[in-house]
Design a protein around this ligand. Structure first.
Ligand code: HEC
Length: 125
């Protein structure tokens, strides 16, 4: 009987120990995303959709970003940030991103090249 109780106690302790050691694992569950993380890049790029169209596919003439070569987009952002290129809103927006973030955003938009535009009225995920 005593042995059973001890076994029970031990199992409880083991469980508590497992929970305690699980704590750091839980804290690490959301790792800081690297700029190469495609989902993170898309999230950053999504901030541009309001003005540059869903997935950057604004009508031609309305400054679409989809398919723009990454180096071109990065250079435009650099020039907006320094003020070398005249702008209304892009000066402020360009200052909100690090070079690494801009590089990731630029790669993401460049990769949207050649894909069909979403159907009119289609919900954006
Ligand atoms: C509030 C609207 C708005 C948002 C949000 C916005 N832009 Fe812009 N973007 C503009 C406007 C307007 C221009 C034209 C320059 C200007 O007047 O600032 C422009 C121009 C650009 C250009 C130059 C396009 C070309 O064809 O030469 C690039 C590149 C660009 N934006 C990138 C971005 C990126 C990347 C983001 C998101 C991080 C973004 N923009 C978010 C409004 C916006």
């Amino acid at each position: 009987m005593m042995l059973l109780f001890l076994k029970f106690l031990l199992s409880r302790l083991t469980l508590a120990g497992a929970l305690l050691t699980a704590q750091p694992a839980l804290a690490q569950r959301a790792p800081v995303p690297t700029p190469d993380d495609a989902a993170q890049a898309r999230n950053w790029a999504a901030a541009c959709f309001a003005c540059h169209g869903p997935d950057g596919r604004a009508a031609p003439g309305s400054l679409p970003l989809a398919g723009m070569p990454a180096s071109e987009l990065e250079q435009a952002m650099r020039h907006f940030r320094t003020g070398a290129r005249p702008a209304t809103v892009m000066h402020q927006i360009a200052k909100g991103y690090t070079g690494e973030q801009v590089a990731a955003i630029a790669r993401w938009f460049a990769a949207q090249h050649g894909q069909p535009a979403p159907a009119a009225g289609a919900a954006t995920p």
